[in-house]
Design a protein around this ligand. Structure first.
Ligand code: CMC
Length: 430
């Protein structure tokens, strides 16, 4: 039962008044903070399907409409008109920068792109065939052993320096992980290049010949980064927040976020989606595959489809689909079988009763792999690129949380279903 300000919860002979909080956008939120103290009750919500874990003013998603806003700006407008570093500024500081602010931000990020030289030796501890995500989790975690002057989370200046360092150095670290897996020398960042071009250069240049980044590819990469920059309280962001709520340093928190992102239900889906499309291989095999994806006992899901929040077309997937056509055209790749399978699979799935009834639509990962593959990246680099792009979202959310004076350590409760208290039995009596 709810009036405009309170909900009333009645159980047994008790009745509790629970305040209703009004967001700027989205459903009202019942404030249950006093539920345990006043009612001796917990709530049960595995997977947090109905729980708002924090207040935030960074990103808003309307899953039914298929709408994504960064600080109020629609993702389609940003993807078409803005740039990744401008979006980073927006997410971190709340408003679009003017020209001088953007130049200053650009400079600060650019001047932090190199990593401590000793980190180069750290890479050598990894096997050459390590997945770049495994290397990134380790190296980003190790940043806290290298950058001692930005570990004090209570100092706003140090938080700012850590934020810039992470945004600047993640592309360098991801590119190093890639180069290490190939057995090629690391390529140092080149500060004359913009953020996306610099990343492409560090991945694809070799010391023995000139490598010129194609502006159209760098634009496509920049766009991919914008589309992935933040997505409110998803699994990896919630992981960063939970890790940070204990006071852990920002490098450790972002390493935790990277570890969470790796899973195939989250950021690992872009690799899984492309591998699945390749495995399907041709349009005539789609009906059989669809049959398997609908059969729970097969253990197969259509990767790059479905979303916890979007029950409509993911707006990022729309932009990504357009980019896929553009990039493949640019690379002179015509009639790409993977893109053909993807488009036909999408068409069939969107008409299929199972996918329609469950409101399963393509998500950001469905087309991104096709673009990254056309650019020359192996599938193992897809999730690291997601991690680079999402770093700013993690950091903006972490900074927002740390600056909040009401911050409490994240500590969920449980519905205990184990044995009640019992006495220890000596081994000979068991
Ligand atoms: N293929 C087939 N069936 C699916 C799929 C899919 N991709 N996604 C969901 N379903 C079914 C699922 O079996 C369930 O059926 P039922 O109600 O009969 O039990 C129903 O739809 C709801 O699924 P759920 O797993 O309860 O939904 P969720 O909100 O917990 O999961 C999801 C969301 C993204 C994990 C899921 O849709 C999925 O596994 N998709 C494939 C992986 C993927 O593309 N992940 C990337 C997400 S977007 C980028 C990111 O966040 O990193």
């Amino acid at each position: 039962m709810a009036d405009t300000k309170n909900a009333t919860l009645t159980f047994g002979d008790k009745s509790l008044n629970l305040p209703i909080l009004k967001p700027t956008l989205g459903p009202d939120v019942v404030d249950i903070r006093k539920l345990y103290a006043d009612g001796d009750l917990f709530t049960f919500d595995p997977g947090f399907t109905s729980t708002a874990a924090c207040e935030s003013s960074i990103t808003y998603i309307d899953g039914d409409k298929g709408e994504l806003l960064y600080r109020g700006y629609p993702i389609e407008q940003l993807a078409n008109k803005s740039s990744y570093l401008e979006v980073c500024y927006l997410l971190l500081y709340g408003d679009l920068p003017n020209a001088a602010q953007l130049e200053d931000f650009n400079n600060r990020v650019t001047r932090h792109t190199m990593v401590h030289e000793q980190l180069h030796y750290f890479f050598r501890g990894f096997r050459r065939d390590s997945h770049p995500m495994a290397t990134m989790v380790g190296v980003v975690g190790a940043m806290s052993a290298f950058y001692h002057d930005s570990l004090d989370i209570n100092d706003p200046w140090q938080r700012e320096v850590a934020a810039i360092r992470l945004i600047a150095k993640l592309p360098t670290i991801a590119a190093m992980a890639y180069k290490y897996s190939l057995g090629q020398p690391f390529v140092y960042p080149k500060n004359s290049l913009d953020y996306a071009s610099n990343f492409l250069h560090m991945c694809f240049a070799v010391p023995c010949e000139e490598y010129v980044v194609q502006p159209a590819l760098s634009k496509a990469m920049d766009r991919i980064m914008m589309l992935h920059a933040d997505h409110e309280q998803n699994a990896s962001t919630s992981t960063v927040r939970l890790a940070g709520s204990s006071g852990a340093n920002p490098f450790a928190c972002i390493a935790a976020g990277i570890a969470c992102l790796w899973g195939p239900a989250h950021g690992g889906a872009n690799q899984a989606a492309l591998e699945q499309l390749r495995e399907i291989g041709s349009v005539d095999r789609i009906p059989e595959f669809i049959r398997q994806a609908k059969d729970k006992s097969s253990g197969i899901r259509l990767m790059g489809f479905g979303h916890r929040v979007y029950k409509n077309y993911d707006p990022r997937a729309k932009v990504m689909k357009e980019s896929a056509d553009e990039v493949l055209d640019l690379m002179g790749i015509h009639n790409n079988p993977t893109l053909q399978v993807a488009k036909e699979l999408e068409r069939i799935a969107l008409e299929d009763e199972y996918f329609v009834a469950k409101k399963l639509y393509p998500n950001v990962d469905f087309y991104s792999g096709i673009i990254l593959e056309a650019m020359g990246f192996p599938t193992s680099m897809f999730t690291p690129i997601f991690a680079i792009s999402r770093a700013v979202g993690w950091i903006a959310q972490w900074k927002e949380m740390i600056a909040d004076p009401t911050l409490k350590i994240g500590r969920p409760r449980q519905l205990y279903i184990g044995p009640a208290q019992r006495d220890y039995v000596e081994i000979k009596g068991r």
